[in-house]
Design a protein around this ligand. Structure first.
Ligand SMILES: C[S@@+](CC[C@H](N)C(=O)[O-])C[C@H]1O[C@@H](n2cnc3c(N)ncnc32)[C@H](O)[C@@H]1O
Length: 168
């Protein structure tokens, strides 16, 4: 069963930055590890679902020509808009996966601390969609590879226990 997505929105309205993404040393370390894991210096078009208040989004925007980011919480997206006002290459949406998926092609997709809120039945169609998108990309571009970065960490400070990156 899916987690109650409205509870995220209530949490953002109540606490602003519930995980302390902007200021915690641990979260900054996690973001650094995530960015360091990227295979390429630059990406053309990135999709970041579950972008929260946009802290990682800002770092991705420095490495990508364009970032499309979304979050199920309108309050989080409002905060992200504020944080990313100067980043003209970022497009933000209040939207929920897997129901919503942006149009066009991406050479980077970042699932950061997101997959574990979904059940397997929801993840499977998404993985299929990524596989199809990757195949299309390969057919239509000379060096058409996409990078998928999947980050899932433990609750232990400093305990990044799963940071996977795949070229598909
Ligand atoms: C733990 S936060 C991770 C934030 C950010 N990706 C990071 O790594 O710092 C998870 C975020 O995913 C959002 N979220 C959870 N399920 C979602 C879904 N199905 N579609 C879009 N956003 C979702 C929540 O609202 C929350 O902001």
């Amino acid at each position: 069963m899916r987690v109650d997505l409205e509870s995220f929105d209530r949490m953002y309205r109540r606490e602003g930055d519930p995980w302390n993404f902007a200021d915690s040393d641990y979260e900054q370390h996690r973001y650094r590890c995530s960015i360091q894991a990227l295979h390429r210096v630059r990406y053309r078009r990135c999709f970041e679902p579950g972008c929260s208040i946009g802290v990682l989004t800002a770092k991705l925007a420095d490495r990508c020509d364009e970032v499309i980011a979304c979050d199920a919480s309108a309050a989080a997206i409002e905060a992200a808009r504020h944080r990313l006002a100067a980043h003209t290459n970022v497009e933000l949406h209040t939207a929920t996966l897997p129901e919503w998926w942006p149009t066009g092609r991406f050479d980077l997709v970042v699932f950061s601390e997101l997959g574990y809120y979904w059940d397997v039945a929801e993840l499977e169609p998404l993985v299929d969609r990524l596989a199809v998108a990757a195949r299309l990309q390969r057919l239509t571009s000379a060096n058409g590879k996409s990078t998928v970065l999947f980050v899932s960490t433990s609750a232990q400070p400093g305990g990044i226990n799963r940071l996977e990156i795949a070229e598909v």
